[in-house]
Design a protein around this ligand. Structure first.
Ligand code: NAI
Length: 302
């Protein structure tokens, strides 16, 4: 039986390990041709001299799938172009980009250095920008040439970016930016036949195992809620032609629970019908806070 991604060509960044690896394997099993990008860095973005993308490509091919590896840095403008070009060179087209690569440099805000801040913002926000910007250039040119485009951008936000995360100010800020970037891309790019959606996954990877080993370790005989493979079916559906009607959403996935995660605009409101006085505002805000207390950031790496 043909998979739901048959004929689709997809770039998955940071696909050498963790969630990206699970997406690449899942997409290939559903018939997609996959560019497995990974720079092979450590959890803090440090050089490791490893090439995990090669291993994932070998796994995909051993299972009868189609994949090529790419080792460029997602946040390098020329490197990002090579990532997109490698799909076109190897498979003659591109249908989807899954922006997944990233790392953390966790620190309390009071201790966060400018270097740590820049490194985390760079890999997530600039990384999402560079890769997608080159992909969108390609799709817009295809559309202009009269060829049909039915393309997908799949971004990676996080619970940290949606509700805050103590000790992760740089990461949470980048992930919140990615959520909003997704909304703008969905609005701006629909005219070219491109959808944009985001993920807030929850999975047992090297990124989360330091902070959440106690919660995320599987219990024998029970559904393994935090297996990275649990997020792969959503990614496959989003990449497929079947998700054409779905854009501008951030999906939070925990095990078998899926949630539309963006709720920034549905807070309680009140219209006084004229300009507020400061004391009146104080009173009303206190009332509104009783209806909707400030969100509580979670603790730790995600
Ligand atoms: P991971 O550390 O297992 O895998 C990330 C991969 O990205 C690594 O193989 C790394 O070499 C690669 N990478 C890092 N910087 C890169 C760069 N500049 N260019 C190309 N590749 C690069 O981490 P995990 O957990 O699989 O995370 C994947 C994505 O999901 C990240 O964006 C992360 O922030 C996000 N996320 C993960 C959650 C979780 O529960 N694991 C929760 C929420 C979000």
């Amino acid at each position: 039986m043909a998979g739901i991604c048959e004929g689709r060509v997809v770039v998955v960044t940071g696909a050498g390990r963790g969630l990206g690896r699970a997406y690449a394997l899942g997409l290939a099993a559903e018939g997609a041709k996959v560019v497995v990008n990974d720079l092979g860095v450590g959890t803090h973005g440090d050089d490791t001299q490893e090439r995990p993308a090669d291993e994932v490509v070998a796994e995909i091919r051993a299972a009868g799938g189609v994949a090529v590896a790419n080792f460029d840095d997602v946040a390098d403008w020329e490197g990002a172009q090579r990532i997109i070009q490698s799909a076109i060179d190897a498979f003659g087209r591109l249908d989807a980009v899954v922006n997944n690569a990233g790392f953390v440099r966790d620190r309390m805000f009071v201790s966060c250095t400018p270097e740590e801040w820049d490194a985390v913002i760079r890999v997530h926000l600039r990384g999402h920008f560079c890769v997608t910007r080159h992909a969108v250039d390609y799709w817009r040119n295809e559309a202009k040439a009269g060829r049909p485009v039915d393309a997908r951008i799949i971004n990676t936000s996080s619970g940290a970016g949606l509700q805050g995360s103590v000790g992760q100010s740089s990461y949470a800020a980048a992930k919140a930016g990615i959520a909003t970037l997704t909304l703008v891309q969905a609005a701006e790019l629909a005219r070219y036949g491109i959808t944009a959606n985001g993920l807030a996954p929850n999975a047992r990877t090297r990124m989360t195992m330091t902070a959440f080993a106690d919660v995320m370790t599987p219990v024998e005989g029970q559904f393994d809620i935090f297996a990275p493979e649990n997020t792969a079916p959503l990614v496959a559906w989003l990449v497929s032609e079947k998700s054409k009607h779905c854009t501008g959403q951030i999906f939070e996935l925990i095990g078998g629970t899926i949630r539309l995660a963006l709720g920034w605009n549905d807070g309680p409101e009140y219209d006084i019908g004229r300009r507020w006085q400061p004391e009146e505002l104080g009173e009303k805000i206190t009332e509104l806070l009783a209806e909707r207390p400030a969100p509580k950031p979670v603790y730790g790496t995600q």
